[in-house]
Write a protein that binds this ligand. Structure first.
Ligand code: MV4
Length: 489
C-alpha cells in the first residue's frame, strides 16, 4: 500500500480523499494557494504546502510546483481529485517519470480518452453502442455534408479535444452546416488547441445516464451500476441519483457489463465513468470521464463501496476488494450540489463569508463539504459549498429525506441554490421520475416556485437566534438615539 498521498486539489474533494487516507492509516499532504490558507482541507491534512498565488494557473494547475511539493514531502502517490489536472496526461506522465504513483489511469489511457473521436473509435471496436456519426475527424464541408445527409438532420458537431459540453453546435439543416462547421472548428482551436471536430446524430431531450467502473492492475474490471445526471444547467450538473428510474435490472446488467468490458479493452486502471445518452429505451456512448466524479457518493450510498479507497488500492497494485457478484444495489440515493449562487439572479456566483453555518444530519444524510462557520468562500474557484446526499429505502424516501435535510440546512451570509433544490424536490415531474437533460429549461414554473420558497422562508434558519444584520443594527441604534433625545426634551 502507498504510505503518503499528496492531494493535488482543494475544497470538499481534497477532504473526501484525506478522509479515506485517515481511515486507511495513510498520511495526507495538502497543497494550497494563497487564497486557501484558511480553508479546511489545508488544516485537515497531516502536512500542508503553499504552492502559489490564487489563480489556478499559478497554483493548482502548476505541474512543476505540485511535483516539487510531492518530492519535498516524500509523498509516494498523488491523488488529482476532479477538475484541475485530474485528466491531464502530461501531469500523469510527470508523476510516472518521478516514480510517484498517479492515482488514476495511465497517461496513455488519459490521452486516448481525452481525444473524443479516438475514444469513440475505440469504443466502437470494443462493441459499445455509439450515436450514429463519424469515426474520423471531419475537416471539409463536403465530407460533413455527405455524413449529415447519411445520418439525417438534426446533427451535432463536437470538438474532439473537448468534453463536458463546450463548443457543441446543433445543426438543424444543410443550410446551417457550413457556418456551424467553421465556428466549431474555430472554438475547438482556441479552447482546446485542437481544430478537430466530429459529427453525430443529435438526440433531442435524452437522459444522461453514466456507469461507474473500477479496473485494477490484475485485469479485474467491474461496474457499480448507473447514475442519472439529467438535472443540469449549462452543462453543470445540479442533482444526481442512483439508481435511475429508466434502468431495470436486466438493462443494468447488460449495460454495466458492456461498460466494464470496454474498460478492460483499453486497459483501464482506476475508477472511471462511462457516459451515455439514453433515448427511446436505448443507450448511446458519449465519453469516458477518467477521474473520480463529483457525484460518486450516490453510488457509494447504494453499493456500500468506498470508491476512493478502491482507487488507492488499485494505485498500490492491490486487487479490487469486491467482485462483480458481490455488488448489490440497495435503496436509492440523491445528491444536491449546494452552491453559493443566487437562483433568482441567473445563478450568479455569491462568494463571501459564512456568517452562520450548520449542516444537516440524521438518518440517511451525508454532507461532503470543505467549509465551516465564519469561513470565507474565495471568489477564485467554483463556488460549491457542499454536496448534500440522501439515502432512502426507495426513491420516495430519498426525496423526503432530501427535503427534510434542505429544511435543516443553515447558511447565512451568502446566497445559495437551496431554494432551487427545494423547488425541484417538490416538482411533480421530478417526483414522478420524468427526467431529461432539458428538464430545467422546460419547467418554466421553477423560477416562480423558487421565488415563493424564498418569500415563505420556511426553514430552520428563521427559527434560530441570529446576530442582527448590519441594517437592522443601524436602525436599532438610530431608534434608541431618537428615543433618548425625545426623553431629554
Ligand atoms: C449530445 C446531445 C445530443 N445528441 N450528443 C452534453 C455534454 C457532453 N458530454 C455531450 N452533451 C450532449 N451531447 C448527441 N449526439 C446532447 C448533449 C447535451 C446538450 C447539448 C447541447 C445543449 C445542452 C445539452 C445538455 C445536455 C446534454
Amino acid at each position: 500500500m502507498v504510505k503518503k498521498i499528496l492531494i493535488a486539489n482543494r475544497g470538499e474533494i481534497a477532504i473526501r480523499v484525506m478522509r479515506a487516507c485517515r481511515e486507511m492509516g495513510i498520511a495526507s499532504v495538502a497543497v494550497y494557494s494563497e487564497a486557501d490558507r484558511e480553508a479546511l482541507f489545508a488544516k485537515y491534512a497531516d502536512e500542508a504546502y503553499c504552492i502559489g498565488p490564487p489563480p489556478a494557473t499559478a497554483s493548482y494547475l502548476n505541474i512543476q510546483k505540485l511535483i516539487e511539493a510531492a518530492k519535498e514531502s516524500r509523498a509516494d502517490a498523488i491523488h488529482p481529485g476532479y477538475g484541475f489536472l485530474a485528466e491531464n496526461p502530461a501531469f500523469a506522465l510527470a508523476c510516472e517519470k518521478e516514480g510517484i504513483r498517479f492515482i488514476g489511469p495511465s497517461s496513455e489511457v488519459l490521452e486516448l480518452m481525452g481525444e473524443k473521436v479516438r475514444a469513440r473509435r475505440k469504443m466502437i471496436q470494443a462493441g459499445v453502442p455509439v450515436v450514429p456519426g463519424t469515426d474520423e475527424c471531419v475537416a471539409e464541408f463536403r465530407q460533413a455534408r455527405d455524413i449529415a445527409k447519411e445520418i439525417g438532420y438534426p446533427v451535432i458537431i463536437k470538438p474532439s479535444g473537448g468534453g463536458g459540453g463546450i463548443g457543441l453546435t446543433i445543426v438543424a439543416n444543410e443550410g446551417e452546416l457550413a457556418n456551424a462547421l467553421k465556428s466549431t472548428q474555430a472554438i475547438a482551436t482556441t479552447t482546446f488547441g485542437l481544430c478537430e471536430v466530429y459529427i453525430e446524430k443529435y438526440l433531442s431531450n435524452p437522459r444522461h445516464i453514466e456507469f461507474q467502473i473500477l479496473g485494477d492492475s490484475k485485469g479485474n474490471t467491474i461496474h457499480l451500476g448507473e447514475r442519472e445526471c439529467s438535472i443540469q444547467r449549462r452543462h453543470q450538473k445540479l442533482i444526481e441519483e442512483s439508481p435511475s428510474v429508466a434502468v431495470n435490472p436486466a438493462m443494468r446488467a447488460k449495460m454495466g457489463e458492456t461498460a466494464a468490458k470496454a474498460a478492460r479493452f483499453v486497459g483501464y486502471e482506476g475508477a472511471g465513468t462511462m457516459e451515455f445518452l439514453f433515448s427511446d429505451g436505448r443507450f448511446y456512448f458519449l465519453e469516458v470521464n477518467a477521474r473520480i466524479q463529483v457525484e460518486h457518493p450516490v453510488t457509494e450510498m447504494v453499493t456500500g463501496i468506498d470508491i476512493v479507497k478502491e482507487q488507492i488500492r488499485i494505485a498500490s497494485g492491490l486487487p479490487l476488494s469486491i467482485s462483480q457478484e458481490e455488488v448489490e444495489i440497495n435503496g436509492w440515493s440523491i445528491e444536491c450540489r449546494i452552491n453559493a449562487e443566487d437562483p433568482l439572479d441567473d445563478f450568479a456566483p455569491s462568494p463571501g463569508k459564512l456568517k452562520d453555518y450548520r449542516s444537516p444530519g440524521g438518518t440517511g444524510v451525508r454532507v461532503d463539504s470543505g467549509v465551516y462557520t465564519h469561513y470565507s468562500i474565495p471568489p477564485f474557484y467554483d463556488p460549491m459549498i457542499s454536496k448534500l446526499v440522501s439515502w432512502g429505502k426507495d426513491r420516495n424516501e430519498a426525496i423526503e429525506r432530501m427535503r427534510r435535510a434542505l429544511y435543516e440546512y443553515v447558511i447565512v451570509g451568502v446566497k445559495t441554490n437551496i431554494p432551487f433544490h427545494l423547488a425541484v424536490m417538490e416538482n411533480p415531474r421530478y417526483v414522478a421520475g420524468e427526467l431529461e437533460t432539458g428538464f430545467i429549461d422546460k419547467e418554466t414554473g421553477l423560477l416562480d416556485d423558487i421565488k415563493r420558497i424564498v418569500e415563505q422562508g420556511d426553514s430552520l434558519v428563521e427559527k434560530l437566534p441570529q446576530p442582527l444584520s448590519e441594517k437592522k443594527k443601524i436602525a436599532a441604534i438610530a431608534a434608541v438615539a431618537a428615543i433618548t433625545q425625545m426623553q431629554r426634551r
